[in-house]
Design a protein around this ligand. Structure first.
Ligand code: IVH
Length: 707
C-alpha cells in the first residue's frame, strides 16, 4: 500500500484535497463492488482508505464533504468479528477479598519460590480498571492488529475500532519486531453520563454501567461508531515480545509509558505485602475521585524473573492477585420467583426484583440458588440469614461482589406482609410437567425427563453450539431458539443441525427466503455447519453436555482413549460393572466414580445413546493428538516427587513438569514412569525400586529439564 503522510502532519489544504480524492475513489470503488464492474481494489485497501478518510474528517471536520464516503457508503459490515488467536494466552486474575487472602497469597508465592518470610518480595500495586481488556500487536513499531480477550485463547479482531481510540498509539518510537501491549479499554463517568443522556434523547438504548458502554462501543462492527465514543485505554501488561521490556513489572510499565501509552499514575512499587495493603487503603479512599470505575487493586510480583518462575494456573497467573473492593448493598422488593430449567435439568430459582441501583449498576434479578437457600439453609443444613426464609413481596437486601451475579443477603421481617406464606418449590418441572427429584447429598432439584423436556433440550443445544463446544458461526442462542420452535426446519437435537441444509433443499420455502435470513446468511450458516462436521474428539465429548464431563474431563478422556471408536467400544463394555473395562475406566487418573456413573448413564444403550450415535454418524471425528513430544519430552509420562527438594519447592517442580507435558501423581504405582527423590525420601523410593521404576535425584532431575 502507498505510504501516506500521518494525519496529524497534514496541512489544511492537503486534508481538503485528500478528502476530495478519497470521496471520489471510494465512491467509485463502492459502485464497482456492488455494481456490474469488477472490484477496483481489495477489501483491505478499501477498509484502509475508508478509515483514513474518517481519521482526516475527525481532524478536519470543516472539510468533510457532502458526499463523504463515511455517510454515503452503505457497505455492509460483516455479521461478526473475525477471530484472532492470541500468540500468548490472555489470563484473568484470581481474587482476594480480605487482608488475610492477601497474606495467604504472599505465603503461597513464598512457598512456591522457597522464600523465607524474611526474604524481600516486592509488589507492583495498581488499580484494577473495570473495563475490557485489549491486546495490541505492534510489528516494527506499527499497530497491526487489536484483539479482545475472548476466551483468553482466541479474541475478536477489533483492529479498525482500536484505530479510533486516541489513547492507543498507531505507531511507536521503536522498530522492535513484535511488541504486544495489553491493557484496559474503559469509559470515564462523565463521558458515560453524556453518552446515556444523548442516547436517551434519541430513544436509544442506555447502558447499565460504564463497562457495558465501553464494551458496546468497542465491539461495533462499524468502526465509525467507535470513533464517536469517548473510549480510553490504559496499558498494564504485555503479550509476545521480541525484546524484553525490563527486568521488573514496574520498570516495564515505565517503559510502556515512554513508548507513548497511558499508564496508571496510581501504580506503586511496594516493598512488602504490608506496604501493598496500605496502598490498597490509600486507593480505596480516592476511588470515588478517579472519574472512572475501578473494582479492586491488583498486586503483581515485581520481578519478571520471579513471575516467570511462578508461571500460570489454567486461567490465572500465580504471580498476581486482584484485591477486590467489598460488595455494595441495597434494599428492594422481591416481585416474583421464576424457575429456570438448565441443561442438566436443574431447577434454578431466580428472584425478579424491583429494579434498584447497587454500586452504580441497576439490578433486577438475583440468584436464589436452590430450595434450601430460599428456606434459609446452606448446603450443609446450617442457618443462613438467621434462618429466615424468603417470600414473595419481601423486602430483601441485594449485593454484588466483584463480577458475580447479584445475591440476596438479608430479609426485612418487619416489612413482611401479614398474610405471606412460605414459598413452595415446584413439585413438577415447570417446563414439561415431568417429575422432579432431589438426589441424596445434592442441593439441586432436577427434572428427570432429560429426553423430552424442551427447556433441557434447548439449553443442551445452546451448550452444543457454544464457543468451547462446536462454536458454529451464526448459530448462537437466539438462532437455536428460533430453529427449536420452527416447524419447517426444526432443530430438536444436535444431529438435526447437520441435516439442516439437505432438509432445507427439500422444503418449498427455503431458509434464504424466510424472515430474518437472506441468501448470504443462509449460505454462511450452512457453510459454517459444514465446516464443523470435522471435529476433535475431546471437543465433541465436551459438547454433549454430560453432567460432570466438562472441558478438562473431556480432554483427559480423549487423551486416554485417543480415538472416539475405542472410547465408545470401552464404554459399551464398561456398562457391565463386573468387567475389567469398568474397573479400568475408574482407574484413569482424574476420573472419579461420579464421572464414571454419569458417563455410563449417558452412553447406556437406548434413546440417549442412539442420539449420540446419530450425531456421530454425521461427523468426521479427529483422533486426539498428544502434545508434541519434542517440545514436551515428558509428555504422557507420570512423575512422582518425594522427599524435600533443595533448589525449588514441590509446587514449582510440579508446575515445571506439567509444562513439559507430564502428569504429576502423589503415589508410586506400576503406571509411574519416573520418581524424583529429594532428601529424606523413604517408602516411595522403596516402592519404586520394587516396581522397577526409574528414580532420579534432584541434580539429575534438574539436568534432565535443562536447569
Ligand atoms: S493484569 C496476566 N492488571 O482484570 C495478568 N488486569 O479480572 C493479566 N484488569 O482480564 C491481567 N486492570 O481485563 C491486570 N491493572 C490491571 C488490570 C487488569 C483491570 C482486568 C483485565 C483482566 C481482569 C481480570
Amino acid at each position: 500500500m502507498t505510504d501516506y503522510i500521518a494525519v496529524e502532519n497534514l496541512s489544511d489544504e492537503m486534508a481538503k484535497d485528500e478528502l476530495t480524492y478519497l470521496a471520489e475513489l471510494l465512491n467509485k470503488a463502492n459502485s464497482a463492488y456492488h455494481g456490474i464492474d469488477s472490484p477496483i481494489m481489495t477489501d483491505a485497501e478499501f477498509d484502509f482508505l475508508k478509515k483514513r478518510n474518517l481519521e482526516i474528517e475527525l481532524k478536519f471536520p470543516q472539510y468533510k464533504k457532502p458526499d463523504s464516503p463515511t455517510e454515503k457508503i452503505g457497505y455492509l459490515p460483516s455479521e461478526t468479528f473475525s477471530k484472532i488467536k492470541h500468540s500468548k494466552k490472555m489470563f484473568s486474575l484470581a481474587n482476594g477479598f480480605e487482608n488475610n487472602d492477601l497474606y495467604d497469597f504472599d505465603d503461597q508465592v513464598r512457598r512456591f519460590l522457597n522464600f523465607r518470610v524474611s526474604e524481600p518480595l516486592e509488589y507492583t500495586v495498581e488499580p484494577k480498571i473495570d473495563g475490557l481488556s485489549l491486546s495490541l500487536r505492534y510489528e516494527k513499531g506499527e499497530l497491526v492488529f487489536a484483539a479482545t480477550r475472548g476466551d483468553g485463547t482466541t479474541g475478536e479482531n477489533v483492529t479498525e475500532n482500536a484505530f479510533m481510540i486516541s489513547d492507543i498509539p498507531k505507531t511507536l518510537p521503536t522498530k522492535t519486531d513484535v511488541l504486544e501491549v495489553r491493557g484496559e479499554v474503559y469509559m470515564e463517568h462523565k463521558d458515560f453520563e453524556n453518552l446515556n443522556t444523548y442516547h436517551d434523547s434519541l430513544g436509544k438504548k442506555v447502558f447499565a454501567n460504564p463497562r457495558n458502554a465501553a464494551a458496546g462501543s468497542l465491539r461495533q462492527l462499524d468502526a465509525t461508531v467507535t470513533a464517536e465514543r469517548p473510549l480510553k485505554f490504559l496499558a498494564y501488561a504485555w503479550g509476545e515480545l521480541t525484546e524484553p521490556l525490563d527486568a521488573t513489572q514496574f520498570g516495564a510499565i515505565k517503559k510502556l509509558k515512554n513508548l507513548g501509552f497511558k499508564t496508571s499514575s496510581h501504580t506503586k512499587l511496594c516493598k512488602s505485602i504490608d506496604e501493598a495493603l496500605s496502598h490498597y487503603e490509600e486507593l480505596s479512599k480516592i476511588r470515588s475521585e478517579l472519574g472512572y470505575d475501578i473494582d479492586g487493586i491488583v498486586y503483581k510480583v515485581d520481578s519478571l524473573d520471579l513471575q516467570s518462575r511462578l508461571g500460570y494456573r489454567s486461567t490465572t497467573p500465580r504471580w498476581a492477585i486482584a484485591h477486590k473492593f467489598p460488595a455494595e448493598y441495597s434494599w428492594t422488593q422481591l416481585l416474583a420467583i421464576d424457575i429456570q430449567v438448565g441443561r442438566t435439568g436443574a431447577l434454578s430459582p431466580v428472584a425478579r426484583l424491583k429494579p434498584v441501583t447497587v454500586g452504580g449498576v441497576v439490578i433486577s434479578n438475583a440468584t436464589l440458588h436452590n430450595q434450601d437457600y430460599i428456606a434459609g439453609r446452606d448446603n450443609s443444613g446450617k442457618k443462613i440469614r438467621s434462618g429466615n426464609d424468603i417470600r414473595l413481596n419481601d423486602w430483601v437486601e441485594v449485593y454484588r461482589a466483584g463480577d458475580v451475579i447479584p445475591k440476596i443477603s438479608n430479609v426485612d421481617l418487619t416489612k413482611r406482609l401479614k398474610d405471606s406464606e412460605a414459598y413452595q418449590f415446584p413439585s413438577v418441572c415447570p417446563e414439561c410437567g415431568a417429575e422432579v427429584v432431589r438426589d441424596d447429598g445434592d442441593a439441586v432439584i432436577r427434572c428427570i425427563d432429560d429426553l423430552n423436556c424442551p427447556a433441557q433440550a434447548i439449553e443442551k443445544l445452546k451448550h452444543f453450539v457454544s464457543r468451547k463446544a462446536f462454536d458454529i458461526e451464526g448459530l448462537g442462542g437466539k438462532q437455536i431458539e428460533f430453529f427449536f420452535a420452527d416447524e419447517a426446519l426444526s432443530i430438536k437435537e444436535p444431529a438435526d443441525i447437520f441435516t439442516l441444509e439437505p432438509r432445507d433443499r427439500n422444503n418449498l420455502t427455503k431458509l434464504k427466503d424466510r424472515h430474518g435470513f437472506g441468501r448470504k446468511s443462509a449460505t454462511n450458516l450452512f457453510d459454517a455447519i459444514e465446516k464443523k462436521k470435522t471435529i476433535e474428539f475431546s471437543r465433541l465429548l465436551f459438547s454433549l453436555g454430560i453432567r460432570h464431563v466438562g472441558e478438562n474431563v473431556s480432554k483427559l478422556l480423549a487423551r486416554h482413549f485417543l480415538t472416539w471408536s475405542k472410547f465408545i467400544h470401552i464404554i459399551s463394555l464398561a456398562q457391565n460393572s463386573d468387567s475389567q473395562e469398568y474397573f479400568d475406566l475408574g482407574a484413569i487418573d482424574g476420573i472419579g466414580t461420579t464421572v464414571v456413573s454419569s458417563l455410563l448413564s449417558a452412553f447406556k444403550p437406548g434413546k440417549r445413546r442412539d442420539r449420540i450415535e446419530k450425531l456421530a454418524d454425521q461427523l468426521n471425528i479427529l483422533d486426539e493428538i498428544l502434545p508434541d513430544s519434542n517440545d514436551n519430552f515428558l509428555s504422557g509420562k507420570t512423575l512422582v516427587f518425594t522427599g524435600t527438594l533443595e533448589q525449588m519447592s514441590r509446587s514449582e517442580a510440579k508446575s515445571l513438569a506439567e509444562n513439559l507435558g507430564a502428569k504429576v501423581s502423589g503415589s508410586v504405582s506400576a503406571k509411574t514412569d519416573l520418581v524424583i527423590a529429594g532428601s529424606g525420601a523413604g517408602s516411595k523410593i522403596k516402592k519404586a525400586e520394587e516396581l522397577g521404576v526409574e528414580t532420579l535425584d534432584e541434580t539429575e532431575w534438574l539436568s534432565l529439564i535443562g536447569k
